[in-house]
Write a protein that binds this ligand. Sequence first.
Ligand code: AMP
Length: 286
Amino acid sequence: MKPNLKLAVQCKGRLSEASLALLRDCGIVFSRSNGKLKVDCDNFPLQLLFLRDDDIPAMVAAGVADLGIVGRNLLAESRAPVHMVRDLGFARCRLCLAVEKTQPWQGIGDLQGKWIATSHPVILRDFLKRHGVRARIRRIAGSVEIAPAMGFADAVCDLVSSGSTLLSNGMREVETVFASSAQLVANLKLASDQSVLLERLLLRIRAVLRSRTHKYILLNAPETSLASICRLLPGMKSPTVSRLNEPGWVSVQSVVNEEAFWEVVDRLHELGAEGILVLGLEKMVF
Ligand code: AMP
């Protein structure tokens, strides 16, 4: 299929597998053999460009790629002019300030006149300015967390997800500077046929992302609780209700957000619901 849209994804690293899994869940078929850096998809007019993630914002801004999947941290750091299309919900992490475990910490003012090592100097400079702190920034590309132990800096500003790398290097997190997750971005001047394709792709992405955060729920309940249960499980439009063979009982089918799931189940129990079945969803198309 002749590609009309070029999507840049991270070649190797934390975002690459989740980005490709999302595309595959969207029904897009491609095979990446022999480490090819340019791959045409078989059943969607999309070409994948495998790039370093820190190159993606500039490549999308320049129109080398029409779309990109990249961490919000790199978008903010590069300040590349691109359109933020959608948060993709994976690769969640935070850029945070950390100091050595033994160092006392009263607040950001402690960094006045200190050296801070980071791979994100633009975001950090902006943060320090907003907080009126004049600290000196040392740029370092990787292994940021060992900078204080090497005598390279007094503190670090580094990307963290679980925090275990910082801890195992004798550091503690003291302040969050920036929250990040993977974003779908687009060039600011997509042609109209490309925008149509992007909308088709987005319909699939939304369906996949929603299905990841929702469950299908079936239950039996006394008819007297039906109104309360329908309020609790509004579903996509409204729940499906069918009559059981047992007089005074109904079966209810709906979808429920995973975040609220256990609270909803507790409430359903209180309302007399029984035989609650919960199933994973593959796609949720609105
Ligand atoms: P990497 O593959 O390590 O270069 O990381 C690529 C991107 O993954 C980063 O730019 C962040 O957007 C994201 N990320 C998620 N969790 C982390 C983490 N714990 N450390 C570094 N990057 C992370």
